[in-house]
Design a protein. Structure first.
Ligand code: GYE
Length: 345
């Protein structure tokens, strides 16, 4: 009985060793019995074992990026490309120009190319089930990076990214402090339907809910870009003028666009209109040093190292947590000058 138990794994080992030794395509199961009957020495056996484990150098990664809408995104892309280069990973990178259909096409092409693992930052939360299922059916694991998708958990290996609700709460609490608990706020929302826009709105509202003097008087999307942020702020100013006490922008780029609009309108950003935003990119530190921005909540884009670490684990069948959160802080103008030289994005 015991011998029988040992016999099957031994036969399998001999077969694998023989297949590896004669470099036949692994999918060819019609290998002849005589090939399998080679003697298996221990060194051959261990190299056959290793051959099933991927290393960075023999891993092919498909990455479906959103676009280049913000400073944050530029830093995120640079981190992923740089780390792939450092590790010797073969990276197939696609820029979807902020269109979900382009991201879906990219994922399909990665599936066709049989990459080992796919990374994707879903531009919006919904509409991913079909294509994620296709990746699953093809046996290709998928890692959500930066943004979550609204899909069942079995359709992705793990999510690497921030707690956007918590960022919204931090922004709301900072705004209460800055306004002394009272003020009329306009909100520049991120890309409609995206996880960070949805969650940063929720967290902010949660934080100000018990402070009745805090009132959101207008809320509109600036799509996470400077140009749109400026445009929408101009519209807010046209409607509400100096009734506006504060701006909450879901990212720094929109805040920076809005700062321009406020100056052109003849008001002082950071004084007449207090501003809190999210990301903590260099441009935000510069604006804080100039006194035009009152606070930025950090959202870390340098996800390259953690992403490839997870990718290798997932490809090799290791257990990984369903969510790997990134560590984040919050910054105010008094420390901006000292910290700017240390900022990496
Ligand atoms: O805050 C914004 C970018 O998904 C966290 O996307 C990211 C957001 C980031 O365009 O600047």
């Amino acid at each position: 009985m015991r011998m029988q138990k040992l016999l099957l794994p031994l036969l399998l080992l001999i077969l694998i060793t023989a297949l590896a030794a004669c470099a036949a395509p692994a999918a060819d199961t019609s290998q002849s019995a005589s090939d399998a009957a080679q003697p298996a020495d221990s060194s051959a056996a261990s190299s056959a074992g290793e051959a099933t484990m991927k290393s960075y150098e023999d891993m092919v990664v498909g990455y479906a990026q959103i676009g280049a809408e913000s400073e944050w995104r530029t830093a995120n892309t640079a981190s992923i490309k740089e780390e792939a280069g450092n590790l010797g990973v073969e990276l197939k990178f696609s820029d979807a120009q902020q269109k979900q259909e382009n991201q879906i096409k990219a994922i399909r092409s990665f599936i066709a190319q049989q990459v080992d693992v796919i990374g994707v930052s879903p531009v919006v939360e919904t509409g991913w089930e079909t294509v994620f299922q296709e990746a699953k059916d093809a046996g290709i694991p998928l890692i959500l990076v930066d943004r979550r998708a609204d899909v069942p958990e079995d359709l992705y290996a793990t999510y690497l990214g921030s707690d956007f609700v918590e960022e919204g709460r931090k922004a709301g609490n900072a705004m209460i402090e800055i306004l002394g608990g009272e003020g009329k706020i306009v909100e520049l929302v991120g890309t409609v339907g995206s996880a960070p826009a949805n969650d940063r709105a929720t967290g902010f509202r949660e934080a100000i809910a018990d402070t009745p003097g805090m009132e959101i008087i207008a809320s509109q999307s600036g799509d996470f870009t400077r140009a749109k942020g400026k445009e929408v702020m101009e519209a807010f100013l046209k409607t509400y003028g100096d009734e506006i006490n504060a701006l909450y922008a879901h990212n720094d780029d929109m805040a920076i666009g809005a700062i321009q609009a406020i100056e052109e309108y003849g008001l002082k950003p950071g004084e007449d209109i207090k501003i809190v935003s999210v990301d903590a990119v260099r441009g935000a530190f510069e604006a804080m040093i100039e006194g035009k921005l009152n606070c930025t909540v950090e959202c870390n884009p340098l996800l390259g190292p953690q992403f490839f670490d997870l990718a290798l684990k997932v490809v090799n069948g290791e257990e990984v947590p369903k969510w790997v959160p990134s560590e984040e802080s919050i910054f105010f103008p008094d420390e901006a000058e000292a910290l700017l030289p240390t900022r990496k994005y």
